[in-house]
Design a protein around this ligand. Structure first.
Ligand code: CA
Length: 254
């Protein structure tokens, strides 16, 4: 596949480019945000460094997402949880902090590519919420999760989750009586239990709770995983309106 490697550091770019080429990918490496925007249309997946000389990487990520839906992994030295949350919210499919092990990064590349191929609307099973679930609607308190239409309503009003937030919620909703291990969820939704070390799952659960305004919709089983919770009707405040990022032009699909 054709990779766009956005990295201004020559040594890092060389190491990444070599590893990608060894796995049969063709690579275009650019060191500036402007060139990334120029070439992103040809990319089948993107590796993006956030520390670039001409534009903040998060801003570049947002701009790339307006023109490109290819799988994208942020590869950066920024390791604060806030940075990771912002990166995932801005549309990154995964987030890898430098220094990293090349084998792990390559496994994540494979993983996001597999998931991308299995996205709803494309061919193939979606993994988390396949057609096998039929047209079930799962209710929990005043929250309704429509597994077939991929919609969520809270007290009758539709909430927009990102694609992956919905996948996590739907996975829990499919078997509401069961507690699901973190590794199981990561493996099913992210295609990769590797991510057990990352914060991706927690970030997405936090997003589900905030956007539905139902903090008990997803129950944390400490040290193990998550289960669909049962918030009493009207238990929480209304969904948080201070999350405009999810209502952006592509917010509902990422
Ligand atoms: Ca850099």
């Amino acid at each position: 596949m054709h990779a766009l490697l956005v990295e201004d550091d020559d040594r890092m770019a060389h190491a990444l480019g070599t590893a990608l080429a060894q796995r049969g990918h063709s690579v275009r490496r650019v060191g500036r945000a402007l060139d990334a925007l120029r070439h992103v249309h040809e990319a089948e997946f993107v590796l993006l460094d956030l520390g670039l000389p001409d534009l903040d990487g998060l801003e570049l990520l947002r701009r790339l997402r307006t023109v490109c839906d290819a799988p994208l992994i942020v590869v950066t030295a920024r390791c604060e949880e806030r940075d990771i949350v912002q990166g995932l919210r801005a549309g990154a499919d995964d987030y890898v902090v430098k220094p990293f092990r090349m084998a792990e990064l390559m496994a994540r590349v494979d993983s996001v590519r597999r998931r991308s191929a299995a996205r709803p609307g494309s061919a193939g099973p979606t993994g988390a919420v396949s057609g096998a679930v039929g047209d079930r609607i799962v209710r929990s308190g005043d929250v309704e999760v429509d597994l077939a239409r991929r919609t969520v309503t809270v007290a009758g009003g539709e909430i927009r989750l990102t694609r992956r937030e919905f996948d996590v919620l739907a996975f829990l909703a499919e078997r509401p009586d069961e507690v699901h291990a973190r590794e199981e969820i990561l493996d099913r939704i992210w295609g990769d239990a590797f991510l057990g070390v990352s914060r991706s799952l927690d970030v997405h659960v936090a997003g589900i709770r905030a956007k539905t305004g139902r903090s008990r919709l997803v129950r944390t089983v400490r040290g193990f995983g998550y289960q669909l919770g049962a918030p009493p009707v009207g238990s929480g405040p209304p969904p948080d309106p201070a999350l405009p990022d999810v209502r952006g032009p592509d917010g509902g699909t990422r």
